[in-house]
Design a protein around this ligand. Sequence first.
Ligand SMILES: Nc1ncnc2c1ncn2[C@@H]1O[C@H](COP(=O)(O)OP(=O)(O)O)[C@@H](O)[C@H]1O
Ligand SMILES: [Mg+2]
Length: 233
Amino acid sequence: MTHQPIVQCHKISKTYGQGDNKTFALRETNLTVYEQELLMIVGPSGCGKTTLLSIISNLIEADSGQCEILGTEVLNLSDSQKTAFRGQHIGFVFQSFNLFPALTALENVASPLIIQGIKYEQALKKARPYLESVGIAEQADHIPSKLSGGQQQRVAIARALVNEPELIICDEPTSALDHESGQTVMQLLKSIAEEKKTTLVVVTHDNRIFSYADRIVEMDDGRIIGTKHNEII
Ligand SMILES: Nc1ncnc2c1ncn2[C@@H]1O[C@H](COP(=O)(O)OP(=O)(O)O)[C@@H](O)[C@H]1O
Ligand SMILES: [Mg+2]
């Protein structure tokens, strides 16, 4: 089966700051992500990984270049179209979980649905199977501070899945976790992505999880400097 490109970034450049404080975060970076692959992006701190993810997600604008996601040139969308596009097509998992501290686990999973205007009870009902699928059903009514780091990340994965996005973007998803929780989180992400045919882009410098990748691209100083396919897979 040939997989189509789902993300095509072409010559994306991004700088921060002005004059002497100018930082080159991305230098004409090219990246293609194919449907249903688990792509890892690795590279030293400060090489531009988060910036690249933020541009793919439409959270920040590139200075120049093109970025096509699911056939849409996202850089041309208005702000409200960007937000809607993100909500519909992209799920996020971050290093620091980014859960709402005052909401229960189930409410956190339901939050993207509530933001879209789905009624509270209906959103909770729809969210529950996603919480079950990451093994947190018994903690549905707990607020994040009552959960372990691994459990919080599993809630975040359920939240990323609740809209059935085609693409899930993870920025250092296991970096704050111990070895066992990190493995559990990656196993879950990989098995759910395979089941739902979701594409995963995972930024990491956690070498304990490299074996989960189908393909690993290496970045340095704002550029992609190499790609390798995982032989194990
Ligand atoms: N909001 C910002 N303002 C100024 N500089 C930034 C900002 N975000 C990132 N940078 C700089 O851009 C470069 C790339 O950062 P980043 O994309 O966060 O790298 P990584 O995720 O690989 O650690 C770094 O030099 C960083 O200091
Ligand atoms: Mg980063």
